[in-house]
Design a protein around this ligand. Structure first.
Ligand code: HEC
Length: 428
């Protein structure tokens, strides 16, 4: 917790003293260029009087890199809520983070210096949406250093954009304009078999289960048309490779995680978890441009929640002390994925609010207890005691509006089966 209180090092350049001491703290937020033996190439850029492994700086979260046949170096990078970037990396270039996300356009991004807040940062509750008034804020245009603008952004939006889209039921980041750009591939086969695709960049997306194609001008330095989206699916696309004949595009998918559902909103049931998909173009030189999906779909992991129970036998009960123990266990074992106060985060679903209510209201406490015990935390399920899992259930029920009482929730399955989850989570 509390990463927002830690300074961003993306603009800080390594000093000669740091290098002499093998201190690489300033390598964060940089691209590095190394000799194969790990030494510093003699033609690396000299930045602030120092030659280091640093090739470019001012980056937020680079994910993909690829050379075009002419040696141009393209890189994809994830932005905050807007402005994933595609950049051309040139020696010594400054790509602007954290002063700038995307273009220097003052659109839907300001640099909020949480660590410099007049209220001590650790006392602040971080929010992606609302910047605390005690946090100093900078417009992009107030930073006037030389800046290497991106070739393109995915995507930039106006300042009045609503970043809390109810379609995503509290998993806001899935609905944000960023696509979670992962790999980048220069699609520049010697002969392009796919009409219109020659001289394009292919960028995979983690949260939108598709490939974005960026058509380039002949010099490779600008877009020559709109960015197109292909192969939409409920997956997280991690990386691509293109066959030598340019006809097939291979895609590696993640084994799990959150993604955009085909109908909008979010899903955790991926269509092709941990798979290599192949998309092969089967048309002739003048035929339609969309390659066919050559994959067989298989269903994702089984859903933890079964059909709603028919009749309630027993009122839900737990003690405040028990929920308190659950809260402590949650902080130690679950908060990294499910977020503070059960609101959800990048690696886990919300366990409160509308998303949780949709899935769990009307279902039995026993299913929640057993499902959780048998699958959470994902790396080591069933490693807590039954008592600990039931305390966690009590905590989850308390956050979702159930009232504490004098009788503790026990681990007896036949009783839990008669209790129906009710939530005060707001419906849309
Ligand atoms: C590494 C990340 C991670 C950790 C740690 C983790 N979870 Fe999860 N949890 C997930 C993901 C991802 C899902 C969604 C799985 C799915 O729907 O297939 C999930 C689902 C759940 C669900 C079902 C929610 C739903 O949407 O149906 C519950 C309940 C749950 N977790 C509780 C816990 C508890 C309690 C802990 C701590 C003991 C915990 N989790 C730790 C990632 C995590």
């Amino acid at each position: 917790m509390g990463n927002w209180c830690i300074p961003t090092e993306a603009q800080r350049l390594p000093t000669a003293d740091e290098l002499a001491a093998d201190d690489f703290i300033a390598y964060q937020g940089k691209s590095l260029r190394l000799e194969l033996d790990g030494s510093i190439p003699l033609d690396n850029p000299v930045l602030d009087g120092v030659r280091s492994h640093v090739f470019t700086y001012g980056h937020r979260n680079m994910q993909g890199i690829d050379f075009a046949p002419d040696g141009t170096l393209y890189a994809s990078e994830q932005g905050p809520k807007t402005d994933d970037e595609v950049n051309i990396l040139v020696p010594g270039g400054n790509y602007g983070w954290p002063h700038i996300a995307g273009f220097r356009d003052d659109r839907a991004y300001q640099y909020a210096r949480w660590k410099d807040a007049t209220t001590p940062c650790a006392q602040l509750q971080f929010s992606d949406i609302v910047i605390d008034p005690s946090v100093p804020v900078e417009d992009e245009t107030s930073w006037t250093e030389p800046f290497n603008a991106p070739l393109a952004t995915l995507f930039t939006v106006p300042n009045d954009w609503d970043f809390a889209d109810p379609t995503c039921k509290g998993i806001d980041f899935i609905c944000w304009p960023t696509v979670a750009a992962s790999s980048i591939e220069a699609y520049m086969p010697k002969v392009s078999p796919i009409p219109g695709w020659d001289n394009s960049l292919l960028v995979t997306t983690l949260k939108r289960g598709s490939i974005y194609r960026l058509p380039l001008t002949p010099d490779g330095a600008h877009l020559r048309g709109p960015i197109e989206r292909y192969f939409q699916s409920e997956n997280r696309f991690r990386d691509t490779a293109v066959s030598p004949d340019g006809r097939s595009i291979y895609v590696a998918t993640d084994t799990g995680g959150l993604a955009e559902a085909l109908s909008g909103g979010t899903t955790t049931t991926l269509q092709n978890p941990g798979a290599i998909l192949v998309f092969t173009y089967e048309g002739g030189a003048n035929e339609a441009v969309t390659p066919k999906d050559a994959t067989t779909r298989r269903t994702g992991s089984p859903d933890m929640a079964p059909a709603p129970v028919q009749s309630a036998g027993l009122a839900v009960h737990y003690t405040a002390e028990q929920a308190g123990r659950g809260s402590t266990l949650y902080a130690a074992n679950c908060v990294s994925c499910h977020g503070p106060n059960l609101v959800g985060a990048n690696h886990g679903t919300p366990l409160s609010g509308a998303y949780f209510a949709d899935k769990w209201a009307g279902r039995s406490v026993d299913r929640l207890f057993q499902g959780m015990r048998d699958s959470m935390p994902p790396s080591r399920p069933a490693t807590l005691s039954d008592q600990e899992y039931i305390d966690l259930v009590a905590y989850i029920l308390s956050v979702n509006g159930a009232k504490a009482g004098a009788v503790a929730l026990a681990t007896e399955t036949d009783q839990l089966d008669l209790m129906v989850i009710e939530t005060s989570g707001k419906e849309e």
